[in-house]
Design a binder for this molecule. Structure first.
Ligand code: ZN
Length: 450
């Protein structure tokens, strides 16, 4: 194949959209062969400045370098991407590209069977395809368009033989590879892991998975180490289309390792587990006290002291004065002091989302102050009746994003511990991940920490 032809084909493919698959674009195109090259060369208007061919050139879209290029042996159809901008509608984009209103409407209606056109987002590319009119005088025939719904799913809307449009969905053939990144923390986990090649989306997932165990604002020190094994998905052209979740991570904090492994359980849950099969995401205790009676639920109630109906944003547990109160989960004490109607009050921050609060305490356990790390089940104080209270009880709140939620309704992590056959399956997952890690440990394109 001649260099010019090859170059022209490259332009066609490029114009059809970065990251799009060449196979998909050229499906109805016979492969160009060397025997066709000479005639092609003579007619390549942009390359050779052939005036007759240049006159036939009709630019269909101002942003694309390629308009209608009718060259024997070269694609009977061509495509290019339309980038969605804020406020665009799909029909409007198609009409702007020269599609008639009727056909744009027909194509968008066909798409609607699989995808709501209102869900297109700014920055997304819609690849439109046309077949050049043979005489160059009439409008090119609109063949349809493709839309990548996410990195894996693509919807194609194509003209049917009956001149209607039909939508079909395909799963893109992606190849998955694993990448390993490891390093030492010099500044902070985000900067150092990014420098080691960990994509931001992967890092967010790692931080989220660890958020029940690690206080990222305090626990990370210079010299701590990280190791992350994550997935990458490439399309048929080799372009990276998605850096997915991670399958393994380990944080070595002050020399102590915290490895977690991704595992799909038989009942359909995907979660991260430590080597013993305990979920990295911990449930909060719903009853952070022993032998107590739930005396008031979350919701509207007539307030026993104020006398009018008021929202009760927690759970009350009646118990004898002095009964120990446990931390509902691992975390850091954010508030420990007297807090108005709550009386003696402690609030624990568990992660970026959840906190728990404890009111009316008689006293705090030794050492409970702001900034103190506590473990789930650790005694933080004792039942009392300080503040606005009619008798000894614990007022317990779960806060999500700083607002009280109904503890009995909030969807919390399971805090699951794998057992029996599932634990055995997990140990198989774990040994497979360990061998994948070992294979990458000596052959990696990322900077190593040591
Ligand atoms: Zn209460």
């Amino acid at each position: 194949m001649s260099t010019i032809l090859r170059g022209l084909l490259a332009v066609v493919v490029l114009a059809a959209g970065v990251g799009m698959s060449a196979r998909l674009l050229l499906t109805d195109v016979p492969p160009a062969t060397d025997t066709q090259a000479p005639s092609t060369l003579a007619l390549a208007p942009l390359s050779l400045g052939n005036p007759a061919a240049a006159a036939a050139l009709k630019v269909r879209h101002p942003d694309t370098p390629l308009g209608q290029v009718s060259i024997p042996g070269i694609p009977p159809s061509y495509g290019y991407p339309l980038r969605v901008a804020a406020g665009d509608t799909l029909a409007g984009l198609l009409v702007g590209a020269g599609v008639s209103r009727d056909e744009a409407h027909g194509a968008v209606t066909a798409l609607g069977k699989l995808f709501d056109a209102r869900r297109i987002r700014p920055g997304q590319d819609i690849t439109v395809r046309f077949r050049p009119a043979p005489d160059g005088a009439r409008d090119d025939l609109f063949l349809g368009f493709t839309l990548d719904v996410d990195y894996r799913r693509r919807i194609a809307v194509a003209r049917t033989a009956a001149d209607g449009f039909r939508a079909s969905e395909e799963e893109r053939a992606l190849s998955r590879s694993l990448a390993r990144a490891a390093g030492t923390i010099e500044a902070n986990l985000f900067d150092d892991a990014t420098a080691a090649g960990v994509p931001a989306a992967v890092l967010v997932a790692v931080v989220r998975a660890y958020s029940w165990d690690v206080d990222f604002q305090r626990a990370i020190r210079r010299g701590d180490r990280f190791e992350i094994l994550f997935e990458r998905f490439h399309d048929e052209t080799g372009a990276l289309v998605h850096a997915g979740g991670f399958v393994f991570a380990d944080l070595a904090l002050s020399g102590e390792h915290h490895p977690i492994y991704r595992h799909h359980t038989k009942d359909g849950l995907t979660d991260y587990f430590d080597p013993r099969g305990h979920s990295a995401r911990k449930a909060l205790l719903l009853t952070p006290i022993d032998g107590a009676r739930l005396s008031s639920r979350y919701g509207k109630r007539r307030h026993p002291i104020l006398g009018y109906t008021k929202m009760h944003r927690g759970l009350d547990f009646a118990a004898a004065s002095g009964t120990p109160i446990y931390a509902g989960g691992d975390g850091t004490i954010e508030v420990a002091g007297t807090n108005g109607a709550y009386g003696r009050y402690i609030r624990i921050r568990h992660n970026a989302t959840y906190s728990t609060a404890y009111g009316h305490m008689r006293r705090f356990a030794r050492g409970m102050r702001r900034g103190k790390r506590v473990k789930q089940g650790q005694v933080i104080g004792y039942v009392g009746t300080t503040g606005r209270s009619t008798g000894p009880h614990l007022h317990y709140e779960i806060l999500s994003g700083g607002r009280q939620v109904n503890p009995l309704k909030v969807k919390m992590p399971s805090g699951r511990k794998l057992k029996g056959a599932e634990l055995a399956r997990f140990q198989e997952t774990r040994s497979r991940i360990k061998s994948e890690l070992a294979a990458l440990a000596t052959n990696t394109d990322f900077a190593q920490g040591d």
